[in-house]
Design a protein around this ligand. Structure first.
Ligand SMILES: [Zn+2]
Ligand SMILES: [Zn+2]
Length: 231
């Protein structure tokens, strides 16, 4: 589900198993623009675009990430739609920040910068404050901004910047489905990747995955849904 590595012949990683066990429904499709390897450029930009102190220092990575996501969606939004079994997404929304940051730059990117998403953007969710554990999968993590309406079967493209455990994005998807939207497909710009997890088995698994991903490389014509090649 999350395109990470597994160990000891498990079919799903720990987090995906947790999501499957905890949530009434998960996203129908998940894709990522690229691996965001801790310490490398994409991971640094995904931190800098919202956390750098000065506006000027945040603007450069914001423009870069907007351009990256815009072009990626032009190539691969249809891969998400095909996997989710729909013709396209009428609504695009974001996973809200749980840090309480007002006017999150991801909303500005999706709502005003990317021509392909601005007209479809609806800020549907806000954090409920009812889920303290950052990695816990729970549809209660988010609330709808407006009460549920009869909008059944509206396919939603749910966008987030970084996918770590998946708890935020999958919980947001579950909340949307609970409110009558769906199917929901998730795209995250960066799939957070730590090359040095604790424990030898995990460390070896991560290194193997990283080496294979490097060998496979990255280009605009492939995403993890349409590519025949996988790590
Ligand atoms: Zn997984
Ligand atoms: Zn694709």
């Amino acid at each position: 589900m999350c395109h990470s590595y597994t160990v000891a012949n498990h079919h799903y990683c720990y987090q995906c198993n947790q999501a499957r066990a905890s949530l009434p429904a998960c996203a129908s499709a998940i894709s990522f623009v690229a691996l965001a390897v801790k310490g490398e450029q994409l991971a640094r930009d995904l931190w800098a675009y919202k956390n750098r102190w000065s506006l000027a220092a945040r603007t450069r990575p914001q423009l870069g990430l907007a351009a990256l996501l815009w072009r990626w969606l032009a190539h691969h939004e249809e891969c998400l739609a095909k996997t989710a079994g729909v013709d396209g997404f009428t609504v695009v929304t974001t996973v809200p920040s749980t840090t309480g940051r007002p006017q999150h730059p991801l909303d500005a990117i999706v709502g005003t910068a990317i021509g392909a998403t601005t007209k479809r953007f609806r800020p549907l969710l806000h954090p409920s404050g009812r889920c303290d554990d950052d990695r816990q999968f729970s549809a209660k993590r988010f609330e709808m901004n407006t009460p549920a309406q009869a909008i059944n079967t509206t396919p939603v493209l749910l966008i987030d910047d970084t996918f770590t455990s998946g708890a935020h994005a999958q919980s947001a998807a579950a909340r949307l489905i609970d409110a009558g939207y769906g199917p929901v497909a998730i795209v995250c710009v960066g799939r957070h990747f730590n090359r040095n997890p604790k424990g030898k088995e995990f460390h070896d698994g991560a290194e193997r995955y990283y080496r294979d991903a490097r060998r496979l490389g990255w280009d605009w014509s492939r995403c993890c849904l349409c590519s025949q090649q996988h790590v």
